[in-house]
Design a protein around this ligand. Structure first.
Ligand SMILES: [Zn+2]
Length: 356
């Protein structure tokens, strides 16, 4: 073996333990960061993992809202989620998504609605146009649902249900039976159907969960997201917890300034197209993770990185404010956030100058 080769081998083997140590340190930092993040936000037990296996259109925000409503009214979250799955059928309708947040198909007027929208629905007897409630967020939607059962004709039977001694919430199977006996649905199999869904999707586990009250009761959309106030873009992550990095920020682990803004948000938080455009990339990159690139014409391009899930595909024409993905921590990322980048003719520019 030549001298140079020996030296190379030596270098390689001396690097292995250092590399291993670095990987372990990185892992430990990541775990600690996740723990801190979870503590800070509350409700950390409900995340993308907890809701895995539920129908695709059900988001972490919807489930958290169901559990929040359960905490306040003792209405079992397994029941409302079961009803939501049964009654939404195909689900994921326009009405269930932002900006309407009506994931339970509640007709107007509802307790705490912030407006109404007229939509065509499929009913047993054919299609009809109905007036539906719109809500500021899923918590308000769930609260409106819970509120309905604190009144006639439900309240008497519902409040007579046995409660779980540990949580104080009504027992789920008895509760759905009481709702049906009060005249909620004419379908004679309704109770069995909801119980079947609660069983097959393992919804009962949510009945012992709770969410921290941090940030859950406030409106989803901050009244004034950061921005110069002059631009044409709508905020790509209005439900963020906080902005954790700014354009141009110098950080130790990268060369040059930060090319965009970072918006920290729980995994599953919706991200939106900043403006009308065509999706040119919706896929995987080792650095950007699951990312979306939108071409707005005239050399203006926006990039959205680190998603846990994408809601668009390359070639889609999107409109301003259309949901495009869910926040995650994929690619080179140390915690759940959206990296939002604006480019003019290939050069990154300050997103704040383009935000309304
Ligand atoms: Zn970033």
């Amino acid at each position: 073996m030549g001298k140079a080769k020996k030296w190379l081998y030596g270098l390689f083997f001396s690097c292995v333990p250092i590399l291993l140590a670095l990987i372990m340190i990185a892992g430990a930092i990541d775990m600690t960061m996740n723990m801190i993040e979870g503590d800070k936000k509350g409700g950390s037990e409900i995340n993308a993992e907890t809701i895995a296996g539920l129908p695709q259109w059900i988001t972490v925000d919807m489930v958290r809202a169901a559990v929040q409503m359960q905490t306040e009214t003792h209405y079992p979250s397994s029941v409302v989620l079961g009803q939501m799955i049964l009654e939404a059928g195909a689900g994921g309708s326009e009405l269930a998504n932002p900006p309407y947040y009506n994931c339970l198909g509640q007709k107007a007027p509802s307790h705490g609605q912030n407006g109404t929208v007229s939509m065509q629905t499929e009913e047993a007897w054919g299609t009809e146009v109905a007036e539906f409630s719109t809500f500021a967020n899923y918590v308000d939607c769930m609260k409106a649902w819970g509120h309905k059962f604190t009144m006639d004709p439900y309240v008497k039977r519902v409040t007579a249900c046995p409660t779980d001694p540990k949580t104080g919430h009504y027992e789920a199977n008895a509760f759905i039976k009481a709702v049906w006996e009060s005249g909620y649905a004419t379908d004679s199999q309704y109770v069995q159907k909801v119980i079947g869904i609660m069983t097959s999707y393992d919804l009962y586990k949510f009945n012992s969960m709770s969410v921290g009250d941090v940030g859950m009761g406030k409106p989803s959309k901050p009244s004034k997201p950061p921005g110069s106030g002059k631009g044409r873009f709508t905020h790509p992550c209005p439900d963020m917890t906080e902005q954790t990095s700014y354009f141009g920020e110098i950080r130790e682990f990268e060369t040059g300034g930060h090319k965009g803004n970072d918006y920290a948000a729980p995994v599953g938080t919706t991200t939106y197209a900043a403006d009308d455009g065509v999706v040119t990339i919706a896929g995987w990159s080792n650095s950007a993770g699951l990312w979306v690139v939108i071409d707005h014409g005239d050399g203006l391009v926006t990039k959205y990185m680190h998603h846990s899930a994408l809601l668009v595909e390359a070639g889609y024409e999107v409109v301003r404010g259309q949901p495009i993905g869910e926040v995650g921590s994929t690619g080179q990322s140390t915690g759940p956030h959206l990296h939002f980048q604006v480019e003019v003719n290939g050069t990154a520019v300050n997103p704040d100058d383009y935000l309304e």
